[in-house]
Design a protein around this ligand. Structure first.
Ligand SMILES: Cc1cc2nc3c(=O)[nH]c(=O)nc-3n(C[C@H](O)[C@H](O)[C@H](O)COP(=O)(O)OP(=O)(O)OC[C@H]3O[C@@H](n4cnc5c(N)ncnc54)[C@H](O)[C@@H]3O)c2cc1C
Length: 553
């Protein structure tokens, strides 16, 4: 047995490395005003790359949550049971303030610092980032009900993970979710049928109490404490804050019917819910529910882009690590010209996603401090980028997986988990078409957003002929803003923005490869038909590019 079972030409396990050792991310962190957070981000990066946390990520996915609808006596309990590894991951994420903490942090750059933490920590495990993200995102929407915000924001921002069914005001820290999608429509939430009846004379928390009855087809992280729920009130579709446990300690009428059996994101629970005379408090005005909850959706869209950039970076890091240690036909894979081209192309895509994500995190930070130009830029750039970056994820994950050959198809490589997760960010918070149409709406209906977007591109004018021509072509394309063109336009806008960022701030070899493959006329340009990864033109400095994603430890 021993004579045949010699293991060689296999890479060492990639554990005990610093996920934050990521030059594109670190440069962006400093550029967007949060250089002060670098030590903390590095600490989190080392934690995310540690063998212990990687093992917790595996355990949380291989032991998915279980719904307990009833106790042994037949009483409804509607609780979700998680593996201890899930709770460990949640504890660390909350302790590092990746949920609502930046909303209580006055330092300029606080949202960028949180974005960097979310980005590196997501490499440990993606599923638990969902409740973290929703808790971060709920705050701007909740501020439409100042009394509720005053009451709950400190607990949402508290860096204590306090799991369990107790009245929200009595807990050390809270988690939030959102409940919009119904069976008959997720994109078209105006078709919601859940009804909200005002409770006469009840001025609870200033917003007024309502009783909600109806169903929701998807509600992720149903073990949270507070949910923003859309329902039809007398004045139209409205947004409500619904606690799972009422202030008097009794259970609210929120029944978990079953958990979804999902493609990926398996550590996290996503439930079908029935609301039966459940108490909800109005947030914002009656009839303005979509406008109110869209504030939450926009924050989670930022995390969709950040999380996708994380997945890309994790995939290409594993691929580059494998290729640096694996030999075929007498040479390391990384030294084989065609593999170097594939890896370099994956790095280019990943760094372009990272730079766009951090530019948007910076815009979020500045917009939250009253910068209107940044708010206008973000309005358009976030919708377009959510469309394009998330749309690139599955192909990126598949190609990174293939770099490991058969090993990549095997669960313990970690690649299948990345691959299963990859399509999700494009589906929720506005599926591909919906995000692209939203970008189109911002472009055509809000003149200031288009101006802010082109002002951003103009800052890179003259840096590279291929970019200049891409900007001219983009302006021409925008003259036909018809619905059928929405994907084409969102793609072109994002590629041009990524090109501008890379040419201003990126590594020269990465920027050149991006311009040559994604912007230049003979590449098909920013509106061209996509190609497989690994088709970079000759003359690309692939070795320098791949080096940026090859872990050293
Ligand atoms: C794992 C997971 C977790 C989720 N968690 C939550 C949650 O916590 N809370 C919640 O409220 N929802 C949640 N969702 C639901 C998610 O937000 C919806 O699935 C999504 O918004 C799409 O809605 P839908 O499924 O009803 O599809 P539909 O709205 O029916 O869309 C189907 C397709 O049609 C396209 N489409 C829609 N309108 C147009 C149009 N005008 N023009 C062209 N194409 C169009 C869409 O892009 C999509 O491709 C979750 C979904 C998943 C998969």
């Amino acid at each position: 047995m021993s004579s045949t079972h010699e293991v060689f030409n296999q890479p060492p396990a990639l554990a005990g490395y610093d996920v934050a050792d990521d030059p594109a991310m670190l440069d962006a962190l400093r550029r967007e005003g949060a250089g002060w957070a670098e030590d903390g981000v590095r600490e989190l990066g080392r934690l995310a790359g540690s063998a212990r946390v990687q093992e917790q990520g595996r355990q949380a996915n291989e032991n998915p949550p279980v719904l307990r609808t009833h106790d042994r006596f037949g009483h409804r309990i509607d609780e979700v049971e998680f593996h201890p590894a899930w709770h460990e991951l949640m504890t660390m994420a909350v302790r590092h303030g990746l949920q609502a903490a930046p909303w209580r942090d006055q330092r300029a750059g606080a949202h960028v610092a949180r974005a960097a933490g979310f980005y590196v920590w997501g490499a440990a495990e993606a599923g638990h980032c969902c409740p973290i993200s929703m808790t971060y995102a709920v705050v701007p929407a909740l501020r439409h009900a100042p009394d509720l915000a005053e009451r709950f924001e400190p607990l949402l921002a508290a860096q204590d993970y306090d799991f369990g069914l107790r009245p929200p005001d009595t807990k050390r820290g809270l988690l939030a979710g959102m409940s919009m999608t119904e069976k008959q429509g997720g994109s078209d939430v105006r078709a919601n049928t859940t009804r909200a009846i005002p409770v006469k004379g009840d001025g609870e928390a200033g917003g007024g109490s309502y009783l909600l009855t109806g169903h929701k087809w998807f509600t992720s992280a149903p073990m949270g404490d507070l949910f923003l729920v859309l329902a039809q009130a007398p004045g139209g579709l409205s947004c409500f804050l619904l606690p799972r446990v009422l202030p008097d300690g009794s259970r609210n009428g929120m029944r978990l019917q079953r958990l979804k059996d999902k493609l990926g994101n398996r550590s996290n629970a996503s439930a079908e819910v029935e609301y039966e005379q459940a108490t909800g408090w109005l947030v914002g005005e009656e009839g303005r529910g979509v406008r109110t909850i869209i504030e939450m959706v926009n924050m989670t869209r930022l995390d969709c882009v950040l999380g996708t950039a994380t997945g890309m970076r994790a995939g290409v890091t594993l691929a580059a690590h494998h290729a640096a240690h694996r030999t075929a036909f007498g040479r390391r894979l990384t030294d084989q010209p065609l593999m170097a081209s594939v890896l370099a192309d994956l790095v280019v895509e990943s760094e372009a996603a990272t730079m766009a994500a951090f530019r948007l995190a910076g815009a979020t930070d500045r917009a939250s401090r009253g910068d209107e130009q940044e708010a206008a830029f973000r309005r358009l750039a976030l919708a377009a980028t959510k469309y394009w970056v998330c749309k690139r994820a599955p192909a990126h994950a598949a190609e990174a997986l293939e770099c490991l050959g058969g090993n990549g198809y095997v669960e313990e490589s970690g690649m299948p988990r990345l691959y299963r997760e990859a399509p999700l960010a494009s589906i929720w918070e506005g599926s591909g078409n919906v995000a692209a149409l939203d970008a189109l709406r911002a472009l055509t209906r809000q003149q200031d957003t288009a101006e802010a977007f082109f002002a951003e591109l103009d800052q890179a004018a003259g840096a590279d002929r291929r970019l200049d021509q891409a900007i001219i072509r983009l302006r021409k394309e925008l003259s036909d803003p018809s619905e059928a063109q929405a994907r084409r336009l969102a793609q072109a806008m994002t590629l041009t923005l990524q090109g501008a960022l890379l040419l201003r701030f990126g590594h020269p070899a990465v920027a050149d490869a991006f311009a040559a493959s994604r912007l230049a006329d003979d590449s098909g340009g920013p509106v061209g038909w996509g190609r497989a990864y690994g088709t970079l033109p000759s003359g690309t400095d692939c070795a320098a590019i791949v080096d940026r994603a090859t872990p050293r430890y």
